[in-house]
Design a protein. Structure first.
Length: 257
């Protein structure tokens, strides 16, 4: 397969992946929204005595930053800002993506996964989040990635995932319902919060994946244009050489005649 055909295939697949990521993000948004509604129904419930302080992380706890990059090349400086942030980060870290700078000797890296490993086994990252929430390891959790807004707007983003603002009470929602609980309320809420953070991370990942493929599509389009320009130049040069040879033959035939 020629280089041009390879670039065409990459360009085509990039467009497909952007559309697929948008649909996937929409699915996660729906689940995330329902989880937040459920958490708020518990947190704001008038009939439930809930000590909010027990759900507030200690100010002495550490910070966890989750970095989402990519595995594949042909996407320009997609990871430039992410790698710059990683190099100066002294907090605990989760690193996702082969192209993100990873230092095996850094004891603050609690999890490293390639993007492919992340797709295949999200449970490893989920375990880090659940353990961090249940055991109060982290006072803050952030995710650092490139966010896709639309094909013309991509933005390097650092988003705080925990602790998060529950917001205001939703209109039309009954916060006076009685709950029949057969479990510890704080365990239940911690589970819900950890699950909510995991869905936030999934949403950030698909946005990052869309941003990556937008850049790759733009670069492959530019590459195709360059390849076609080179092909045109080569064609013109070959045509010029052919004309010169034909003209030379005419001169030679004229002299012989």
């Amino acid at each position: 397969m020629s280089i041009k055909n390879v670039v065409k295939v990459m360009n085509f697949h990039s467009l497909i992946r952007v559309d697929k990521s948008r649909r996937k993000a929409s699915m996660y948004f729906d689940t995330e929204e329902e989880l937040l509604k459920l958490i708020k129904k518990v947190m704001f419930n008038k009939n439930m005595i809930l000590d909010k302080k027990l759900l507030t992380p200690s100010s002495d706890a550490d910070i966890l930053n989750v970095y989402i990059g990519n595995d594949l090349g042909f996407c320009g400086d997609f990871n430039f800002s992410i790698n710059k942030e990683v190099r100066r980060d002294s907090n605990y870290k989760v690193i996702i993506g082969r192209k993100v700078h990873y230092f095996p000797e850094d004891e603050k890296v609690v999890l490293y996964q390639t993007k492919e490993e992340f797709f295949q086994d999200f449970s490893k990252l989920q375990n880090v989040i659940v353990d961090g929430i249940f055991n109060g390891k982290y006072r803050e959790i952030h995710v650092i990635y490139n966010h896709y807004y639309n094909i013309d707007h991509l933005e390097f983003t650092k988003k705080k995932l925990y602790p998060f603002d529950y917001g205001e009470m939703d209109e039309g929602v009954d916060y006076n319902e009685d709950f029949a609980l057969e479990t510890d309320i704080h365990t239940m809420v911690s589970n819900l919060i950890a699950l909510y953070i995991c869905y936030e991370l999934k949403i950030c990942e698909v946005n990052s994946y869309a941003a990556e493929n937008v850049i790759r599509q733009q670069l492959t389009s530019e590459s195709l244009k360059k390849i076609e320009e080179l092909e045109e130049e080569k064609f013109k040069e070959e045509r010029k050489i052919r004309k010169q040879k034909d003209f030379q033959k005419i001169i030679e035939n004229y002299r012989k005649g």
